[in-house]
Design a protein around this ligand. Structure first.
Ligand SMILES: *[C@@H]1O[C@H](CO)[C@@H](O)[C@H](O)[C@H]1NC(C)=O
Ligand SMILES: *[C@@H]1O[C@H](CO)[C@@H](O)[C@H](O)[C@H]1NC(C)=O
Ligand SMILES: *[C@@H]1O[C@H](CO)[C@@H](O)[C@H](O)[C@H]1NC(C)=O
Ligand SMILES: *[C@@H]1O[C@H](CO)[C@@H](O)[C@H](O)[C@H]1NC(C)=O
Length: 200
């Protein structure tokens, strides 16, 4: 994910997000719900609209005890991209096939903790997508998170850089069946191949 969009874009988006809610809402402590922590393992099918309007479907397999966040991403009429995020901060992005490519990114932080929304600011309720009444939270001007009031399932989340994610299925407890299938290909580890290699 590009974490450094032009400042103006972020400001405009944040402003748009903020005015979507009634300003100066007051909640008493009793009325303030907390987001439900993510289940330690789940599979979700996600419909995503990226900053520039590019669309993709992502199969997200979140496995906190396994220390792994796996996204298998189908870009619209484009490549199938494997995005394997390990809790030690290493992420592999790769495609497979004749012209397989690989990028390795290293970050200081690992995958999101199940309680990564702790401390988020409650913004009230809003109906989103096709009629889902949601509690909405915002955290450090980075994520706006919509959770179904009744089922407590996540329905949608938006990032400050314009990526909007809509949850199509949410299977609690589902685990990816074979981690050997997501072993990063050999060209991730050798620059002397036909495939392009980038390391940050
Ligand atoms: C994707 O997002 C852009 C910008 O918000 C919007 O103009 C466009 O209609 C969206 N596309 C779809 C298919 O939802
Ligand atoms: C993190 O774990 C993955 C998977 O075991 C491994 O391939 C990678 O080299 C590790 N990264 C670091 C910085 O140790
Ligand atoms: C791989 O790249 C070559 C040369 O650019 C091209 O001819 C070929 O069609 C590509 N193969 C695939 C599967 O994209
Ligand atoms: C590697 O990247 C260069 C420049 O972006 C491109 O011209 C070339 O086709 C790529 N090679 C493969 C094997 O993808």
């Amino acid at each position: 994910m590009n974490l450094n969009p032009p400042l103006m874009t972020s400001l405009v988006l944040i402003t748009l997000q903020l005015i979507a809610f009634t300003p100066s809402l007051q909640f008493t402590d009793q009325e303030i719900p907390s987001p439900k922590p993510w289940p330690h393992q789940f599979h979700a099918l996600l419909y995503m609209n990226l900053s520039r309007g590019n669309l993709q479907i992502s199969n997200l397999w979140y496995d906190w005890p396994g220390g792994l966040n796996l996204n298998i991403i189908q870009k619209q009429l484009g490549v199938l991209l494997y995005d394997v995020e390990w809790n030690n901060g290493t992420t592999f992005y790769y495609t497979v096939g004749d012209n397989g490519t690989c990028e390795i990114m290293r970050a200081d932080v690992g995958i999101p903790r199940p309680d990564f929304l702790d401390g988020a600011k409650y913004l009230g309720t809003q109906v989103t997508d096709q009629g889902f009444l949601c509690n909405v939270w915002e955290k450090v001007d980075t994520i706006w998170y919509y959770e179904d009031v009744i089922t407590k399932r996540p329905v949608r989340w938006d990032f400050y850089d314009g990526i909007s994610t809509h949850v199509m299925t949410f299977e609690v407890g589902a685990v990816f069946n074979d981690y050997s299938l997501i072993q990063a290909p050999s060209y991730c580890f050798s620059q002397k191949t036909d495939a392009n290699y980038t390391s940050y």
